[in-house]
Design a protein around this ligand. Structure first.
Ligand SMILES: Nc1ncnc2c1ncn2[C@@H]1O[C@H](COP(=O)(O)OP(=O)(O)O)[C@@H](O)[C@H]1O
Ligand SMILES: O=P(O)(O)OC[C@H]1O[C@](O)(COP(=O)(O)O)[C@@H](O)[C@@H]1O
Ligand SMILES: [Mg+2]
Length: 328
């Protein structure tokens, strides 16, 4: 049943940018236009909502962006939106533009803000998971994750060349604020020797012994992938703790950093973003609100913000076990 009370919607991107956000934006605008909705784009996420930076988006305004990284609406982390005064100012602008519902493209922080705001001001929100971290429950993958992993694997391939030439040990840090998904997928896809993530315990004695055994077995170089959010202080912290004992391997640290946030989205991210942008508008018009869309086992699904934010998605034990077996 179509909701006739929704005529004007706003869409924005928020939190860390992620390749594929533009593709999601395009899908939202085009699906909304097809359903004769008026769409406003809000610049710089919640910051633009507070400052009243709205622009009308029609179908041609999102032409030629599907292939671009970043976000044409730009993004921000907004401290002001964490305050009741900031959210009140944001609400006044939504009212001034006569907005009936919002579509938020972002990560766990963005969805938390959307939940708080929609409860305070009774405006329906739909969330689209856009973050390279893949740390949202209710979807197998978030928009931007696949591109980030491809970028990280490309970087590790290059590190391997020099690690091999010099017979060295590299600790490579990939992004993931509290999550080891990028690290685990990068490690498997790049054939790394070991992977250290916040979701599973790290035993440094064990790591040292694996690296020594590898060397004794004829492995001339090693690459260890470390998640940024590892509680021992990321790659730098781990390296500091054990490098003196492994001095003969000439340990080096590489932090890939924000490279992982940029670049053209992969085919997989474009498809995911298009499907989720389309689903967000369709579900909104069918009466859904305060939910995040996602794809689980290949099917579009949705779940309340509450669950998407509070439940933890954890990399499978099977993948973790496989990563170490394939590295022998
Ligand atoms: N508890 C909260 N209340 C209100 N707004 C929040 C809350 N948590 C996060 N936000 C808003 O969401 C924004 C984006 O969150 P952030 O964690 O930076 O990125 P992401 O959405 O990618 O996880 C924050 O900068 C803030 O404005
Ligand atoms: O870009 P910033 O503000 O330095 O933040 C870095 C953080 O953003 C991320 O790249 C993406 O996280 P979000 O999508 O949750 O914003 C994290 O991996 C990283 O910890
Ligand atoms: Mg986040």
């Amino acid at each position: 049943m179509e909701r006739k009370d929704i005529r004007r919607i706003a869409v924005f991107t928020s939190g860390g940018d992620a390749p594929g956000m533009n593709a999601a934006l395009r899908a939202v605008v085009r699906t909304a236009a097809w359903n004769k909705l008026h769409v406003y784009g809000i610049e710089r996420g919640y910051e633009g909502m507070i400052d009243g930076h709205f622009q009308r988006l029609e179908r041609r305004d999102v032409a030629n962006i599907i292939q671009r990284g970043g976000t044409m609406l730009r993004t921000a982390r907004s401290k002001r939106f964490m305050t009741p005064e900031g959210r009140r100012a944001a609400y006044e602008h939504l009212k001034a533009y006569d907005i009936d519902a919002c579509i938020a493209i972002g990560g766990n922080g963005t969805f938390t803000g959307a939940k708080v705001f929609s409860e305070e001001f009774k405006i329906p929100f739909i969330g689209i998971p856009g973050t390279i971290d893949n740390d949202l429950y209710g979807t197998d993958y978030t928009i931007g994750f696949d591109t980030a992993v491809n970028t990280a694997i490309d970087a590790v391939d290059k590190i391997r060349d020099t690690a091999d030439s010099h017979n060295r040990l590299f600790f490579v840090e990939v992004m993931g604020r509290n999550s080891g998904y990028i690290a685990l997928y990068t490690a498997i896809g790049s054939g790394a020797s070991s992977v250290l993530i916040p979701e599973s315990e790290t035993d440094l004695e064990d790591l040292k012994s694996v690296l020594r055994k590898n060397k004794a077995r004829g492995k001339l170089f090693s690459v260890v992938i470390v998640a940024e959010g590892h509680p021992m202080g990321g790659a730098t912290g781990i390296a500091e703790k054990i490098q003196h004992e492994l001095a003969s391997m000439e340990p080096k640290v590489t932090v890939i950093g924000h490279l992982q946030r940029g670049g053209a989205p992969t085919a997989s991210d474009r498809l995911l973003a298009s499907r989720l942008g389309f689903a967000a508008v369709e579900l909104l018009l069918q009466g859904a609100e305060n939910i995040a869309v996602g794809i689980v086992n290949g099917e579009v699904t949705s779940m309340p913000f509450e669950d998407a934010i509070t439940k933890q998605k954890i990399p499978s034990d099977e993948m973790i076990r496989m990563a170490s077996i394939l590295a022998i």
